[in-house]
Every structure is written in C-alpha cells, then in structure tokens.
Design a binder for this molecule. Structure first.
Ligand SMILES: Cc1ncc(COP(=O)(O)O)c(C=O)c1O
Length: 439
C-alpha cells in the first residue's frame, strides 16, 4: 500500500517547501518559487520577518496560554492596534478566533442571537450568495456557494437561501449588460419577498469575491443600493472580509470601497499575514449590548486570542502601517493589470482579467464566444498551476466547480518589478501551454 505522508488525500500537485522568505518559497529540490498568491492570499507582508518572529517569541515566554476572556498585554496591544488604526469606528466590539471559518461562524451566531435578543427568534435565516466561500466548517460548507467544497456532504450540511452573486461577465442579461445592477437588485428584492424579511437575520457576503468567483466586483452602485434594501428590511449586513481585509484590495477593507457600514465584519488571513492562526469578528455596541441584556453567551474557542497569535498579528499590522505597504497596493495592481491586459488580454482562452488591488482573477475559458468552460475532468486550473510551478511561480487556483478555471493572483504587498515580470510571464506561458494543448 502506498503510504501517503501528506496531505490527507493525494493531490496531483504539490511540493516540499523547506524555507520561505519575502515573496519566495524554497523547495527541497532547490527551486526558488515566487509565491504569486501569498499562500492562500494570506501573506501581505511576505514571509520570514524577524520582528514578527521576535514578537511571537516574547509572547510565548510571557504568556504561553491565557484563557481567552482574560486581558493580557498581547491582547491589549492588538485591540488598540485594531481600534486605533484599522476598524471602522462603529465596529467597537472585537471577538477573536483561530481563522476565517470560525470567525464567520461567530458572525452568524451573533446575528441570530441579536435577532433573538430583540424578541425576534423567528428572524433566523442567513442569506448567502450563489458564488461564495465562507469556510470549511459544516455550517459554512453548507451555506457557501461553492459546489466543489461540499461534494458528498450535501445530504448533511445546512442550506441557506441564496441571492445571485452579481457577476457582470456572466450576467444572464448578457456580458456587462447596462441593466446588470438592476437585475441583481431585483433578485435580492425577490428573494427577500419570497422568504419574508421577518424571517431573515442577515446577509453574509463578500464585498469583492475571493477565490470562489475569482475577484468579482459587482456592477457600480450595486452594494450601496443593496445595503439600503437590507436596512429597509431590517436585515443585517455581514461582510466576510477574510480574504479582502487589511489592505488587500487597496483600502483597509473592501466595504470601504462601496461606503458600506457592515453591522458585522469578519477578517482572517491578512490579519495575521500567515504568522498566526487568527480571525476576527467585529461588531457594534448595539448588537453586543442586546445579546448581553438577553443573557446569552458568546463562547470562546480554547485557542482564540492566543497571546502568540495576538502578538504576531499586532506586529504584522504595525509593519503594514509603518512601512506604508498598503499604499503600494493600488500602484502595484495598476502595473500588473496593465501588463496582463497587454500580454494576455487578447488571449483566446482569457474571458476576463479583473480584480481590486492585489486580488486579481483571470477567468480561463475554452471558448470566448459564449464563455464556454473546459470540461471539469481536464482540470485546467491544476494544469496551469503545475505549468506555473515549472516556471518558478505559484499561481492560485480559483473557482467553485461550476466556473472552475480561474487563476488568482494575490502576492505580498512588498513585490517589485522583477516579481511582476516573473508573474506575468508565468501566466502567459501557462495560458499558451493550454492553448497549444487544446487547439
Ligand atoms: C472569503 C473567505 N471566507 C472564509 C474563508 C475561510 O477561512 P479559513 O480557511 O481561515 O477558515 C476563506 C478562505 O479562503 C475566504 O476566502
């Protein structure tokens, strides 16, 4: 029997990384790989920063474990960092956990407890979106719009009523149709009407889709109007910014791009930059006070707010701030987008190059006319990724099973021209490889 060392299921792709530094991974075979995806769009400051290692070391010596509800200096520093420099002022309450899925679970629990605390226990449905990813717990697998990640679980996981994810390229009215915004707003209104706003606690949404859809932004004006509809219907807005938060999209949060004031905001990934397993659920005094007055509990995970994780996150966020790394995101994005548009924009297999800041998606199709996808069994994104690795670049595979062929780019904010060259030429080579193979 073939003994599989790692991971749990054998993959067609993979490598052994013995070390990582800046935006690069170093493999056992001696290859230097540019990580064009910052792992899973996590590594905002790059790998191996001494200051973060030192902060984790100090925290381990000072407070290796302290029960989450107790305050520690490491926790206090992070809370101050978040409140003083990052969070929108209305999000005063902070609940920490060990990653994005847990943070989303907390957000959904808070939304439902809040409605119950207002005497509305029947207002307990969470709307989600047809293309979305909110995590890998049973609940998040169930309510995410990500077919591939719940295969074999469909009979067990909960389901959520879904609104359509605004997807300008594939709008049913036609690609980039001028009425796309109204089409998707009508869909939101219809779903609310069908279910009844008296039964809906909140909408869980990614303001800009992560890798599930591949950096899809809605038509202009959609979020602003959608939020108004939610407010009019007494439905909470829960922004999942696990992938987009902390500078990734060229602003502190993607909600800011649309002037959204979410009732609950969720973060993970960039919050610890890969140095810590940490997620955050941020909410308002009104929600927290109401839950408290009702006498409900907000239970912690044992490893939530671990002093080491808090210290790592504070150090990462301080580096982002002091080195003004977020200011680099939009100029870098413009350079990458220009290069991609000029070098692969007209490629026969590229349907769209899109994104915000350093969250960029390239949607790959078999035929541009009609936006025909490759057969799923061809595993095009895996082939693209393997070709990228041959060229020394890790490209992140996106998609949800239905719209599966998406290359995501999400590098560290520290990259320069050399890395942009490497990234763009790897994308171009891998697309040419696919075009030659299937022409
Ligand atoms: C938007 C979004 N939400 C939630 C998650 C889940 O986070 P985690 O894998 O840290 O549990 C992810 C992970 O990719 C994500 O992109």
């Amino acid at each position: 029997m073939d003994l599989i060392k790692w991971p749990f299921l054998k993959q067609s792709w993979g490598m052994e990384v013995v070390r990582s530094e800046g935006p690069y991974l170093y493999t056992k075979e001696g290859q230097k790989i540019l990580d064009a995806a910052g792992g899973a769009i996590v590594s905002n400051i790059g790998y191996g920063r001494e200051e973060v290692a030192e902060a984790i070391k100090q925290a381990t010596k000072n407070n290796s474990y302290v029960l989450p509800p107790f305050l520690t200096p490491e926790r206090e520093t992070l809370l101050d960092e978040l409140r003083e420099h990052w969070l929108p002022p209305h999000l005063t309450r902070i609940h920490l956990s060990s990653g994005g899925s847990e943070a989303n679970e907390s957000a959904v629990k808070l939304a439902i407890q809040y409605q119950a605390s207002r005497g509305k226990p029947e207002k307990n449905i969470i709307l989600t979106r047809t293309l979305s990813y909110h995590g890998t717990t049973l609940n998040m697998s169930g309510i995410s719009g990500h077919a591939a990640r719940k295969r074999g679980l469909e009979s067990y996981v909960p389901k959520a009523p879904m609104i359509e994810t605004p997807y300008p390229l594939r709008c049913p009215l036609g690609s980039f149709h001028p009425d796309a915004k109204d089409y998707y707003l009508d869909n939101l209104k219809e779903v609310i009407k069908k279910i009844g706003s008296e039964n809906i606690a909140g909408l869980l949404m990614e303001p800009v889709n992560g890798s599930s859809g591949g950096a899809i932004s809605p038509p202009e004006g959609y979020w602003e109007e959608a939020h108004k509809i939610l407010i009019d219907n007494d439905i909470l807005l829960i922004a999942d910014e696990v992938m987009t938060g902390f500078g990734r999209v060229g602003d502190d949060f993607a909600s800011n791009l649309y002037n959204l004031k979410p009732d609950i905001l969720v973060a993970g990934k960039g919050m610890g930059g890969g140095y810590a397993a940490i997620g955050g659920t941020y909410s308002t005094d009104e929600i927290a006070d109401s839950i408290m007055e009702a006498g409900y509990e907000v239970m912690f995970h044992t490893f939530a707010a671990l002093p080491q994780s808090c210290a790592a996150s504070s150090a990462v966020l301080k580096i982002l701030r002091e080195e003004k790394l977020c200011d680099r995101v939009n100029p870098l994005s413009e350079k990458i987008m220009d290069r991609l548009n000029s070098e692969v924009g007209q490629h026969p297999n590229v349907a769209e190059i899109r994104g915000k800041g350093l969250l960029i998606g390239i949607e790959v199709v078999k035929e541009k006319e009609g936006l025909i996808c490759f057969d799923e069994n061809e595993k095009i994104t895996s082939q693209i990724m393997m070709k990228g690795l041959e060229d020394g670049v890790f490209l992140y595979p996106g998609g949800t099973g239905e719209f599966r062929d998406i290359i995501c780019l999400g590098p560290a904010f520290t990259i320069g021209d050399e890395e942009i060259d490497l990234m763009v030429s790897a994308v171009k080579n891998s697309l040419n490889f696919i075009a030659n193979k299937y022409s």
